[in-house]
Design a protein around this ligand. Structure first.
Ligand code: BGC
Length: 374
């Protein structure tokens, strides 16, 4: 038998430890994603031991698999991948507020060790020195394994009704944060938004639209595809689906708020140029570097200044955002949420989750089932 891969959980006695299956990758090495044997984790005094149920896959995971992003725990080569978690508590510390059988999600980010002023105040999503760590992304083992551990301070309990869709909590937390940023910026003066335009009908865009509708806003979503599930998912939310170019759509709508969820440069600048006065554009998508787009920077500057517009970038989420995301998912139609999951792959075939060659209309969310037969 090959020696199990060590992945940076605290050392356990090798002779006693059992093995589990995990989705692993060597960050920086394209083609290294694999389903591997790793030692079972053993929980520290403040940690829950959790049986993985499912794991959502997102663009960040694909970047890590492509060797473009991410880092293993210090001193190790391999990273257990996965940050969109869902599991069931198997063991709890004494006196914890959790019970065996609870449905839980693990928070992604941990504060930097300094800590900076933001991390010291629980706002680790706003870390100022970049030395934060992230489960499954940057320096900490992720949640893509049959068992995982999480400190009770970074575990979020979900209502049992979210058992099929709870792995959507993490991406929803990113949007709960984005909407909070929009509120805070909007409330610097009188703010009564009516229309939101979301660019991109992937999971982030659709969850942004869900919250827009829950807030009672007239919600519009722009995407390229005309077939597949996306147009119906948008319509069934009570929102409007658009496929024209950004200048046409945003120019006509003049949205009060734009949530950009693609990172496509033409959409970013098209949105900035077409908001209503006092418009807020929140950027949540990451663009690749090095490709150029010619823009009239003067016209954009003029629009932003003369209309008191604001542009904000938003990433990650803190515990407050996870709580508000959990409320948004509870309020949502669970059948609609389930339709966001367009593909489920068993853990043993998890590497297929990264193959989108046969995907014409666009998978929305691909999920890896962690609790099937090993
Ligand atoms: C995750 C965030 C994380 C970001 C950058 C995103 O995919 O949802 O939690 O902060 O990647 O690593």
């Amino acid at each position: 038998m090959t020696k199990p891969i060590q992945i940076g959980y605290p050392e356990v006695d090798d002779h006693q430890s059992l093995l589990m299956r995990a989705l692993t990758v060597i960050p920086g090495k394209p083609g290294s994603v694999a389903v591997s044997d790793v030692p079972d984790p053993s929980p520290q005094a403040d940690e829950l031991l959790v049986e993985g149920i499912a794991l959502g896959i997102c663009g960040t995971d694909k970047e890590i698999v492509a060797g473009e992003y991410g880092s293993a725990p210090s001193g190790f080569d391999q990273l257990i991948l996965g940050h969109e978690s869902l599991g069931r508590v198997k063991q709890t510390p004494d006196d914890s507020r959790f019970t065996v059988g609870d449905l839980v999600v693990g928070v992604v980010r941990r504060p930097d060790p300094v800590p900076c002023g933001a991390c010291a105040r629980g706002e680790f999503d706003m870390c100022r020195n970049g030395r934060y760590t992230e489960r499954g992304i940057k320096g900490l083992p992720g949640y893509g394994s049959q068992l995982w551990c999480v400190s009770i301070d970074y575990a979020v309990r979900l209502t049992p009704s979210l058992e099929r869709v709870g792995m959507l909590l993490e991406p929803t937390s990113v949007l709960a944060k984005a909407w909070e940023q929009i509120d805070r910026i909007g409330n610097r003066s009188w703010f009564d938004p009516q229309k939101v335009l979301v660019t991109g009908a992937g999971p982030i865009g659709l969850l942004a639209a869900l919250i827009g509708v829950q807030r009672g806003l007239q919600t519009h979503v722009l995407d390229q595809v005309t077939e597949g599930v996306k147009p119906d998912l948008v319509k069934d939310l009570g929102a409007t689906y658009h496929t024209d170019d950004i200048d046409t759509v945003a120019g006509k709508l003049q949205p009060d708020v734009v949530i950009e969820a693609t990172g496509a440069k033409s959409l970013v600048f098209g949105a900035l140029a077409n908001t209503a006065g006092y418009g807020i554009t929140c950027l949540t998508g990451v663009s690749p570097e090095g490709r150029h787009l010619t823009v009239d920077a003067g016209a954009i500057n003029r629009e932003i200044v003369l209309e008191n517009d604001a542009v904000v970038g938003s990433v990650n989420a803190n515990l407050r955002h996870y709580q508000s995301a959990a409320e948004a998912l509870e309020r949502a139609d669970s059948a609609w949420l389930e339709r966001l999951i367009t593909r489920r792959v068993p853990l043993e075939q998890a590497t297929e989750a990264f193959d989108d060659s046969g995907d014409v209309e666009g998978d929305v969310k691909v999920v890896i089932d962690l609790d099937g037969p090993a």
